[in-house]
Ligand binder design. Structure first.
Ligand code: GLC
Ligand code: MG
Length: 243
């Protein structure tokens, strides 16, 4: 395999059905040259439902739960699980987060051993809540990272996790160089992918959190697509790879 294509699902590959189907058609003739990875915040079960519902191509790997789990053919990667388990005290972190009444736990289906997820009501003081939570975690000596997306979803993950670290783990295993690795996304939990040594496409419908990151840190390796959702991925593949 020569190329590595890593794409987010909601509002990136999925969001415009016509574009998703055109993406599938474009990929089919070159499918054997491309390692296809979906990187999503969704759980494994919810991703499988979406794949069936939207008739997505079967991926080679699935990065689920914002990088907290990696699957190949429905089997979880135990090496990754073991790596994330080091220096990760889920119970202590969850009980500390419980002290923040603004944090409403997401459904049990969205939680897993390496991901604690909450919802925050849109409010002006959200950023200070995030800072206070981070400070408390640090003061308690608990290693964790906080990822805030869509001005609503708050995920707490092991420091070694996230979509970007998961994709780099697979990229190294597959030995695919950075110029042949393309990531695509639209929101805050995709930022870690753009921070890796890769090429990246930000779809035109991206949220302000990702656009702000791009304004501050974007380089010539990051392409701001003129079109939304999977149209933007198609645009980015042509821009970086010529197909
Ligand atoms: C998805 C997940 C949710 C997570 C969000 C942001 O919506 O289902 O648990 O908080 O992505 O990463
Ligand atoms: Mg998305």
């Amino acid at each position: 395999m020569k190329f590595l294509l890593v794409t987010d699902l909601d509002n990136t590959l999925v969001g415009d059905d016509e574009a998703t189907q055109l993406f599938n058609q474009r990929l089919q003739p070159v499918r054997s040259q491309i390692c296809l990875i979906y990187a999503t915040g969704r759980s494994h079960a919810s991703t499988c439902q979406l794949i069936a519902q939207k008739q997505l191509l079967a991926p080679d790997y699935l990065i689920a739960g914002v990088g907290s789990e990696i699957y190949q053919d429905g089997t979880i990667d135990l090496d990754w699980a073991q790596y994330l388990s080091q220096d990760w005290d889920k119970m202590a972190i969850a009980s500390l987060a419980q002290q923040f009444s603004q944090l409403k736990p997401q459904s049990l289906k969205e939680q897993n051993p390496w991901k604690i997820s909450y919802c925050l009501e849109p409010a002006a003081e959200n950023i200070s809540t995030l800072q206070a939570l981070q400070q408390k975690l640090t003061a308690s000596g608990l290693a964790a990272q906080i990822i805030f997306s869509s001005n609503r979803d708050l995920d707490i993950l092991p420091q070694t996790s996230n979509k970007g670290n998961a994709l780099t783990y697979l990229q190294k295993r597959l030995q695919i160089p950075s110029e042949a690795t393309l990531v695509c996304g639209d929101s805050g939990n995709d930022i870690s992918m753009f921070q890796q040594n890769v090429r990246g496409v930000i779809v035109a419908n991206a949220l302000s959190e990702l656009l702000e990151w791009h304004r501050e840190y974007g380089t010539e390796n990051h392409y701001l697509a003129g079109s939304a959702c999977a149209w933007g991925i198609i645009e980015g593949m042509a821009y970086f790879w010529g197909f």
